[in-house]
Ligand binder design. Structure first.
Ligand SMILES: Cc1cc2nc3c(=O)[nH]c(=O)nc-3n(C[C@H](O)[C@H](O)[C@H](O)COP(=O)(O)OP(=O)(O)OC[C@H]3O[C@@H](n4cnc5c(N)ncnc54)[C@H](O)[C@@H]3O)c2cc1C
Length: 326
């Protein structure tokens, strides 16, 4: 059996998502160690314009296009991928731990009676052994899992787990025409794209997150200004989203999004397990909370015990100054 690695390419607004480029970069490193090939799997409607962008990252690109693939739907995407995976039999199949990846990968692995490791943060090759790193028990423990089976291993990785490294490959292209059985019981009637956020929460390098300690929606303005200076995004705890101070799209945690930015700043967030399991793999964690016993300090690289309404204006000015000096 070959040890080829396949990466599911996610697209958004006719662009390849950064999370997929990260997976191709890591996939290439692993494929080289296994002396195997890296395939990008690009499916959708009018996506062939993205082939050039993907070519330097992989050895091969499989493309399947159809009008019905314009919007992500589990049934149509699942059917195409199931047929492709049965034909090609990858050793590893990577996807991003995004809303789409979380919907698609567990269902696919079940359909193919195979294995899945979800929400992983790293993968290494030790001799011939695959080792996958994954947070467990709500992020309290980091586990390394090994794999030894002939069936495809499905792995979803948290966005921002790997750097994007553009290669200089000239991938070979395979066009696949796959017949899709349409399930007439379900139709996409319209798509509400929500606000025009500059950066996707899961792909942002910088996230400043407001909790209930922000006291009200009007105080999120300063977080927006800081996020603008840092070219990042504002996130929120569930308490904030439930209070309708912010949209659900901003929610970080178990029932929201899993993030892994270079820098997370939590403001007035207590650090309930349901929240921390969505942000504990952030590279640097800074916390502002007036209660020194707040659980979130256990995760912090840097902590400020003070009133956030005193600290945030100072932080904003310092960041603005630092940006102007660079
Ligand atoms: C099934 C389930 C799923 C859940 N999913 C999620 C999820 O996805 N994401 C999530 O976040 N939560 C989730 N929760 C809720 C979670 O358990 C917590 O209730 C929530 O995270 C608390 O939000 P918070 O930290 O903003 O508020 P609080 O716990 O009320 O904390 C507010 C903090 O602000 C501090 N503070 C107050 N005023 C100031 C000030 N002036 N200056 C500085 N600090 C101040 C306080 O000291 C306190 O620590 C879930 C719960 C359940 C049951």
């Amino acid at each position: 059996m070959t040890k080829d690695i396949y990466v599911f390419i996610e697209t958004k607004d006719q662009n390849v998502r950064k999370a997929s480029l990260e997976l191709l970069s890591k996939g290439k490193e692993i494929a080289e160690k296994l002396s195997s090939q890296l395939y990008a799997v690009l499916i959708g409607h009018n996506v062939s314009g993205l082939i050039e962008e993907l070519k330097p990252f992989s050895d091969k690109i499989i493309v399947a296009e159809a009008e019905i693939l314009e919007h992500f739907r589990w049934d149509t995407y699942g059917e195409v991928l199931e047929k492709l995976l049965k034909k090609y039999s990858p050793y590893l199949f990577f996807g991003a731990s995004t809303t789409t990846g979380k919907d698609l990968f567990p269902r696919l692995s079940a359909r193919l009676k195979s294995h899945i490791i979800s929400d992983a943060v790293d993968i290494q090759i030790d001799g011939a052994e695959i080792k996958v790193k994954k947070p467990i028990f709500g992020g309290k423990v980091l586990s390394w899992l090994s794999y030894d089976d002939d069936r495809t291993l499905f792995i979803t990785f948290r966005p921002n787990s790997f750097a994007v490294i553009k290669g200089s490959y000239q991938a070979e292209i395979f066009i696949e025409n796959i017949e899709i059985t349409r399930d007439e019981r379900m139709n996409v009637l319209s798509i509400d794209k929500g606000g025009s956020k500059k950066v996707d929460l899961q792909e942002a390098d910088f996230i400043i997150c407001g909790g209930r300690g922000m006291k009200g929606p009007e105080h999120f303005q300063i977080l927006e200004e800081i996020a603008d200076i840092m070219n990042g995004r504002v996130g929120a705890s569930r308490a904030v989203v439930d209070s309708k101070w912010r949209e659900y799209d901003d929610q970080i945690g178990k029932s929201g999004k899993t993030i892994s930015p270079k820098l997370y700043i939590g403001c007035g967030v207590s650090g309930a397990l349901h929240h921390t399991m969505g942000m504990d793999t952030s590279k640097i964690i800074v916390v502002i909370n007036k209660d020194q016993n707040a659980p979130i300090f256990q995760y912090a690289d840097y902590g400020i015990v003070d009133d956030l309404f005193t600290i945030l204006p100072i932080l904003k000015e310092k960041l603005k100054q630092a940006k102007n000096e660079t």
